[in-house]
Design a protein. Structure first.
Length: 338
């Protein structure tokens, strides 16, 4: 999708190769906003929507709305594809983009004009989420000051490391969950892409739980193993996966065994975790067998010819025979697992 968008942009600007870096950056920003690929049309209503936190939703489905951090990621992704150096900058309350030239070049010239004495290259700041124009450094300094920062504001002008971007995105997603209405636990394929109140497909409740689980993994992956932050994140993830009342995340067992075990974390309960996970996995790998329902033990909820599908293990169960016990008003069914 990003490659296709970059191709579309280049085709729309036949003189792109003759533009300066500043002109290319501004042209790309205007093109993205003109095609409604960044920003949110009605921030008052839709800013706090979980759907706007995901670049896949923004790119695939009109109206392509996204939070500032996602809008900046879209800009940077396309900028890289057309030969620009662009990175996101995390300012308080907002995310901007910094575009800077290659070594010994400037934003307004394609020639090597800087000396070897270490002249600092200039930088252009953009806001793909909210503005077509270049953002001045005075505006950025005012933004920092409005949040009470009284120290060196240039710290926010520097390109942000991916770690910080991912953590900020994760916290944004969790914040969105506080504003998402509870929905049905059933699939919702009828949701129109134009309905920005929720993701395009899937159950509202299942989507919310999947997002929370993703954040638990994110916290553990991004922290260095053995630190207090990592231990807390790992404990939260493991305990949630092993919750006796929630089997939705047993699919994560193999991930824990493959990536967590070799780290040998200093967790007191890890031996218990290993035994439980290995026991579950051993049970899952058993060969499926025919199961016969005993007389009178359950309600008559299945009929001959019905098919039952186990989503987690991909087993298909078929009701192949019904029999009625003599003298008793009870039924039994035979299930063949394929």
């Amino acid at each position: 999708m990003l490659d296709n968008l970059a191709t579309q942009f280049e085709a729309s600007e036949p003189g792109l190769e003759r533009m300066t870096i500043r002109e290319k950056a501004l042209c790309l920003n205007v093109w993205l906003r003109a095609n409604n690929l960044t920003g949110i049309a009605n921030p008052r209503r839709d800013y706090r929507r979980m759907r706007n936190c995901f670049i896949g939703q923004a790119l695939l489905h009109p109206p392509h709305e996204s939070l500032p951090i996602i809008s900046s990621a879209i800009f940077c992704s396309l900028a890289t594809r057309i030969g620009l150096r662009a990175q996101s900058c995390l300012f308080p309350g907002h995310v901007h983009v910094a575009v800077f030239p290659e070594a010994r070049e400037t934003l307004d010239s394609n020639n090597a004009v800087l000396s070897d004495e270490g002249d600092s290259p200039d930088i252009i700041y953009l806001d793909p989420y909210g503005s077509d124009r270049e953002v001045s450094e005075d505006i950025l300094r005012g933004l920092v000051s409005s949040f009470g920062w009284r120290y060196n504001s240039t710290l926010f002008h520097a390109p942000t490391q991916p770690w910080s971007l991912m953590m900020r995105m994760g916290h944004n997603v969790i914040a969105m969950l506080q504003n998402e209405p509870y929905g049905s636990v059933q699939d919702e394929p009828h949701v129109s892409p134009l309905d920005t109140t929720q993701p395009v497909s899937g159950s509202s409740v299942v989507n919310r739980e999947a997002v929370k689980q993703s954040f638990r993994w994110l916290r553990m992956i991004l922290h260095r193993p053995g630190t207090q932050e990592w231990n807390e994140a790992a404990s939260s993830l493991i305990l949630h996966i092993l919750d006796a009342d929630d089997s939705n995340w047993r699919i994560d067992f193999w991930l824990l065994r493959k990536y967590l075990y070799p780290l040998r974390p200093n967790l007191d309960y890890l031996d218990i975790v290993r035994r439980r996970i290995d026991g579950f996995l051993e049970w899952d790998t058993k060969e499926p067998s025919v199961h016969r329902e005993r007389n009178g033990t359950t309600k008559d909820v299945y009929r001959v010819g019905q098919v039952v599908y186990n989503k987690r293990l991909s087993y298909v169960g078929i009701v192949t025979k019904r029999r009625r016990a003599a003298g008793r008003d009870a039924t039994g069914h035979t299930y063949n697992l394929l």
